[in-house]
Ligand binder design. Structure first.
Ligand code: GDP
Length: 478
């Protein structure tokens, strides 16, 4: 059917449309049945599952209880710039009880594992070696769930700063348990209690104050109380999470870093999340494929296999995957190549097709009623902190109705950044710009990712539109 005749059919169905407009799923289905077709909408996730199913790989195989073994927690370190994230990751590296024998953690491969004594057991913890929430959220925007626990670093002499809050919001949006590392306690004027006090405002209540968040005072510089911090990570993991995986199956996981090395070709650090990765395995990571030729750990040692939560550098891929790409072991090389090729074709398709808005105020009410979402996640950006606060207060006053949640998952002053957009992608959020905009590249990126940005310069107008959206009464913008 040509566009004009489709528009005519739609018109008779009571829908106004233009030839270039994208339609929602219901309208598509209706249009299909009118024209005598049965139309099925396939999401990219379903497409991916189907692709793997056609090769007899089940991405969602439910594991039998008896096959599950405990796995180490995977930790990301976040916090304000200069509060000591890098220094802390170094100090933790040195606290590894096994490093003595192995010659220390010498290689930066993007992640490392340390071993600690915990309640008489040898326990491992995996650290993502790229500090900050930017990389974390960018990976999450691509669908990768890498981190189990966040360490929020706050310098005791500086206290809570804007990026502390941003990191906190990103961790909370991902539902991660948080351990607070109160750093720089060696510095004159360090005031750890003030940090505890400040963070209560953000729902991080210290155990000492009757809450359930562990605050650990450390000095990354002096290596002081690093063991206490690691202990807190394990206690938090054991209390809040059930971290188990099946090591006895083909491996799956995520690429966390990759580059092209002159001598070694494509080198990718992957984090194994299920199964065991072995030399000789045929793998696909994103659209890269190959056979595992060699694996190196963070000590620069060759390893023959990698079990769940273990990061390893993999040699043998034909091209370089992107950070956040999932990897799976395929039954053989040929299958690996075919999957990679199909993924590449699907990527091209997706780039061509204009992405539907992930969530938009216009059809918010429909999505709520259909039970597709229960929460309206908002990210607020404004020109001055006063207006952001006033807007937030007003939004939280809105009567959202039963069974619906309105959450403000991030707020800040300044233009809308790539980081904000990635968080919106990862959390299906709408961004509100109050007297600020997404500029150039960022606006394009939001468009490409299907993130809705709404611009306002009057608070009551923002409130009114969101109230209308919740009731399904927002008039479409043309
Ligand atoms: P990042 O930006 O959060 O990664 O911060 P860095 O790890 O680069 O640390 C910023 C600065 O603070 C550096 O000069 C560090 O040496 C210093 N620093 C980090 N931790 C401590 C600490 O525990 N005590 C003191 N006195 N200085 C620290």
């Amino acid at each position: 059917a040509n566009p004009a005749s489709l528009v005519t059919v739609l018109f008779h169905l009571g829908e106004m449309a233009t030839a270039t407009q994208s339609l929602d799923e219901d309208t598509f289905a209706l249009l299909g049945s009118e024209l005598g077709y049965d139309i099925q909408i396939v999401s990219p996730e379903d497409e991916e599952k189907e692709l793997f199913n056609s090769f007899n790989i089940d991405l969602e195989a439910v594991e039998d209880e008896e096959n599950l073994q405990p796995r180490p927690p995977v930790v990301t370190v976040m916090g304000h710039v200069d509060h000591g994230k890098t220094r802390l990751l170094d100090a933790i590296r040195h606290a590894d009880v096994q490093s003595g024998e192995a010659g220390g953690i010498t290689q930066h491969i993007g992640a490392y594992q340390v071993h600690v004594e915990h309640e008489g057991n040898d326990r491992a913890i995996t650290f993502i070696d790229t500090p900050g929430h930017e990389a974390f959220t960018a990976m999450r925007a691509r669908g990768a769930k890498v981190t189990d626990i966040a360490i929020l670093v706050v310098a005791a002499d500086d206290g809570v700063m804007p990026q502390t809050v941003e990191a906190l919001n990103h961790a909370q949006a991902a539902d991660l348990p948080i351990v607070v590392a109160v750093n720089k306690i060696d510095v004159d004027g360090a005031n750890p209690d003030k940090v505890r006090q400040q963070l209560t405002e953000y729902n991080l209540i210290a155990e000492e104050y009757g809450g359930d968040t562990m605050f650990v005072e450390v000095s990354a510089k002096q290596g002081k109380n690093i063991d206490g911090l690691l202990e807190a990570v394990l206690l938090t993991a054991d209390a809040a999470l059930d971290l188990r995986a099946n090591p006895d199956r083909d491996a799956q996981g995520v690429a966390i870093e990759a580059n092209l090395d002159r001598g070694r070709g494509a080198v990718a650090t992957v984090l194994v999340q299920q199964g065991t990765l072995r030399i000789g395995d045929g793998i696909v990571a994103g659209t890269a494929h190959g056979r595992v030729r060699a694996m190196l750990d963070e000590h620069g040692n060759n390893v023959a296999e990698a079990t769940p939560s273990r990061p390893v550098q993999v040699m043998g891929l034909a091209s370089v995957p992107r950070a956040g790409d999932t990897f799976v072991v395929a039954p053989d090389d040929r299958t690996a190549r075919q999957i990679a090729e199909k993924r590449e074709a699907a990527d091209r398709q997706a780039a061509l097709a204009k992405v539907r808005k992930r969530i938009s105020l216009e059809d918010l009410n429909q999505q709520l009623e259909a039970g597709k979402i229960e929460t309206l996640n908002l990210i607020l950006k404004g020109d001055v902190s006063g207006s952001v606060e006033a807007l937030e207060d007003a939004l939280l006053q809105i009567d959202v109705g039963d069974g619906v949640d309105l959450r403000i998952i991030d707020r800040g002053v300044g233009a809308i950044t790539m980081n904000n957009i990635n968080l919106a992608v990862a959390s299906d959020a709408v961004i509100i710009g109050f007297n600020v905009r997404a500029e150039g590249q960022n606006a394009e990126y939001a468009d490409k990712e299907g993130v809705e940005i709404r611009y306002y310069s009057v608070i009551y107008q923002a409130i009114e539109e969101i109230e209308q959206a919740l009731k399904g009464m927002l008039k479409p913008e043309f």
